[in-house]
Design a protein around this ligand. Structure first.
Ligand SMILES: Cc1cc2nc3c(=O)[nH]c(=O)nc-3n(C[C@H](O)[C@H](O)[C@H](O)COP(=O)(O)OP(=O)(O)OC[C@H]3O[C@@H](n4cnc5c(N)ncnc54)[C@H](O)[C@@H]3O)c2cc1C
Length: 436
């Protein structure tokens, strides 16, 4: 039997003494060996899978992954489930949830190496984390995904050592919430035509322009923003900058009133003669667009995982309801029209998960996965919409009310076919890769 305990601060005697931060849940097995359960990510864990050869896909569920998923599930059931409809109604971003619970649990730096305060885990664990959050609440799942893979991911992949040490620990531990800005009012899919500019003046850059649809646009403590530093339509004419909250000329604007994902803040961000130090450029000047496209390759796995979680949540609710609801003297699950629907839903969910695991596996191995992540994002997003629509149908009239969970999955799911590249853009990416 595993014995669970709460670590109160001392790391003495742990396999990795730099880890096991205060508040983590730790276990002792029968042999007395100690290892971390939460934060999700820890080299203390004894059964991390060995790397497979590059030509083999590795995605079987390990004991470690099961423990991580269970720990996230427990936390989300406790801290999110009781509040989700209230947050949805009020369009309330639960910042305390991120700072007080998700950060200390390691959920805001899943992919960040431990030396920068993160969990140091791989994409499979990251997918598990997003799925477990989204199967309860898509909005909170979207915020976790955007924080981890967009803002934090961009800094992780393209910052220099000094910049990583400055920003990653705050982001990975939840001290700071992150945002990432590429989209503008006139340029969504066609991001290369962005109008926001950055002009060099001495040792500073001066930013002017407005970004739209930015997750955490008002509440983020720090933002990675892409701005034009060269000619329009020159793919090497954009640069990525880090802007900290409180910098004069950097402010949040209009908050969107959305169909779904209502507890995830989406807002305008305005730059008005905003001066930032030259040391806040990520990578080389002129590489911002290429960097953004690479960040989105990984981000697509995030949104695919978000879609998978929403589909799983809707499916679980539909299965349970189909066994409880009686019509014509028997459970509706006994009608073939309903149980065939459940069979279709289950098959699509498993197919989506296989595509996501394939992309995650390539990402873990550092291999190119542009086509695979686009396929995973495209398919899983469409599946989330189909499955949550079917779930509402299984619930009948009750599914159309806010007393049951499926109407929220239905509303939340649609974002997945739009954010971080629409389904149409995913098909463009996939076909370009096929026809290269
Ligand atoms: C809730 C939410 C959160 C978001 N968070 C962020 C964020 O944190 N940071 C950020 O930078 N952005 C964010 N976005 C923006 C998001 O990435 C864009 O909405 C998305 O890329 C689509 O752009 P658009 O809305 O301008 O649609 P458009 O590009 O105007 O597309 C409209 C329609 O035309 C289609 N279309 C466009 N071009 C083509 C083409 N070449 N071929 C075929 N069809 C085409 C599209 O598929 C779509 O159906 C967010 C959006 C939402 C809704």
């Amino acid at each position: 039997m595993l014995e669970r305990s709460i670590q109160l601060g001392s790391n003495e005697g742990w396999p990795n003494e730099s880890h096991a931060p205060a508040g983590s849940v730790q276990n002792t097995d029968d042999a007395g060996t100690r290892f971390c359960e939460v934060p999700l990510l820890c080299t203390c864990n004894k059964d991390r899978p060995a790397r497979s050869p590059d030509n083999e896909m590795e995605f079987s569920t390990t004991e470690n992954r099961k423990m991580i998923a269970q720990a996230v599930r427990d936390l989300v059931e406790r801290e999110v489930r009781p509040n989700l409809m209230d947050w949805d109604e009020r369009q309330y971003l639960p910042i305390d949830l991120f700072k007080q619970h998700f950060g200390p649990a390691g959920m805001l730096g899943v992919l960040v190496p431990e030396e920068y305060g993160g969990a140091g885990l791989g994409y499979h664990e990251y997918v598990d984390t997003i799925v477990e959050v989204a199967r309860v609440c898509g909005s909170v799942g979207l915020s976790v995904a955007a924080h981890n893979s967009l803002c934090t991911g961009h800094i992780l992949y393209f910052a220099n050592e000094e910049q990583k040490r400055k920003w990653l620990p705050k982001l990975a531990t939840g001290q700071w919430l992150g945002a990432w800005g590429l989209t503008e009012a006139g340029t969504g899919s066609d991001a290369m035509r962005m109008a926001t500019t950055a002009r060099k003046e001495g040792d500073e850059w001066v930013l002017n322009g407005t970004k739209n649809w930015i997750t955490h646009g008002i509440s983020a403590d720090v933002m990675v923003v892409m701005a034009r530093t060269g000619e329009l339509l020159d793919s090497r004419g954009m640069t990525a900058f880090v802007v900290e909250r409180g910098t004069p000329g950097f402010s949040g604007g209009k908050k969107e009133n959305k169909l779904g994902m209502r507890a995830s803040e989406t807002a305008e961000v305005i730059f008005q003669d905003c001066r930032i130090p030259a040391g806040n450029v990520l990578g080389e000047v002129g590489q911002g667009f290429q960097q953004a496209m690479k960040v989105l390759d990984g981000g697509r796995i995030s949104i695919a995982a978000l879609a998978l979680g929403i589909a799983k949540g809707a499916f679980d609710a539909a299965v349970a309801y189909s066994k409880e609801r009686h019509q014509f003297g028997k459970p509706i699950a006994d009608f073939q029209a309903i149980n065939f629907k459940l069979a279709d839903m289950a098959t699509k969910i498993e197919a989506a998960e296989l595509l996501i695991r394939q992309a995650s596996d390539l990402k873990n191995k550092g291999l190119r996965m542009t086509k695979e992540s686009a396929m995973a994002k495209y398919y899983a997003s469409e599946v989330a919409v189909q499955v949550s629509t079917d779930a509402v149908q299984v619930f009948g009239g009750y599914g159309y009310t806010k007393d049951f969970p499926v109407e929220k999955f239905y509303r939340d799911s649609k974002l997945c076919t739009i954010g971080e590249g629409t389904s149409e853009i995913q098909k463009l990416v996939i076909s370009r890769q096929i026809l290269r």
